[in-house]
Ligand binder design. Structure first.
Ligand SMILES: [Zn+2]
Ligand SMILES: [Zn+2]
Length: 277
């Protein structure tokens, strides 16, 4: 499995690769700009060139871009809905510019309008995004913990988003181990992991799973509270992660950790020690 962290961009874009190398990453994830601010900041052609060169030299691959937090594809508010579509399109364009594999996004909150409304809204947003962006990068929807009115905490719900969208070729999803655990899928046990994978296959198809967010969960099974923990320090635990990363259906996927990496990349070292060659 190729492991990486979500890393900071400190000024020039290519600093993200330096951060990744220092933390022992095979892959990285970045934000396209400040995650609480609309707009994808421009990047100069020489900065893009520098990034592409350094990416090649470093061997870091894939690079993933995580959409800003303001994106809400289920937003009842038209202005937020339109801005969300625009933001994803410009982030996908950026992904192609820098040679990133995919843009991963939270899918959104229906804000009290109901699940059916939310799913329809998201499907129409995905249609609009993929009509405007016809490049290479994939659009990956991320599973959620299910707090508030968020959509995407069950694979049935995820499946209905995919079927309402017509399963476009460029659409895949990202499994966040912390989120699905908090949503009630017990990844800490062998049976729980198998049941989860079966449910994914029945509702979406395992071939649509393109990325894992590998976070342990500081909150309880089914708590619907999204609190990431370092690998082995949460409820999923080391045995749980050993099974996840060595599972024949998962082991070839890239995995990104969304925890701090000021521990010299200890999570990645730990995960590599759990890999069965
Ligand atoms: Zn995540
Ligand atoms: Zn999270």
């Amino acid at each position: 499995m190729r492991f990486g962290y979500h890393v900071k961009v400190k000024e020039r874009l290519s600093t993200a690769l330096d951060e990744g190398l220092a933390a022992g990453c095979d892959a990285i994830q970045i934000f396209p700009g400040p995650p609480q601010q609309w707009g994808t900041p421009p990047v100069s052609p020489d900065e893009i060139e520098e990034f592409r060169l350094k990416k090649k030299e470093s061997g870091i691959d894939p690079v993933i871009i995580h959409s800003i937090y303001l994106v809400n594809l289920a937003a009842p508010n038209d202005s937020i809905f339109k801005r969300s579509i625009g933001s994803l399109v410009s982030t996908l364009v950026r992904a192609d510019e820098i040679g990133a594999f995919a843009v991963v996004t939270h899918i959104g909150n229906h804000k009290g309008k109901g699940e059916e409304f939310g799913v329809r809204r998201i499907a129409s947003a995905i249609g609009a995004v993929l009509e405007r962006f016809q490049g290479e990068a994939m659009l990956l929807l991320e599973t959620t913990a299910g707090s508030g009115t968020s959509i995407g905490h069950t694979f049935q719900q995820f499946g209905s988003v995919f079927s309402s969208s017509g399963f476009p070729e460029k659409l895949g999803f990202c499994l966040d181990t912390c989120h699905v655990y908090a949503a009630g899928y017990d990844l800490s046990s062998e049976e729980g992991l198998e049941r989860t994978l079966t449910e994914i296959d029945e509702n979406i198809g395992l071939e649509r799973l393109r990325l894992i967010h590998l976070n342990d969960s500081a909150s309880d099974l089914g708590s619907r509270i999204d609190r990431h923990a370092h690998i082995g320090e949460g409820r999923i635990g080391l045995d749980g992660f050993r099974r996840v990363i060595n599972h024949p259906l998962l082991r070839d996927l890239p995995a990104i950790l969304e925890v701090s990496y000021d521990n010299n990349g200890r999570d990645i070292q730990l995960l590599r020690s759990l890999e069965e060659k």
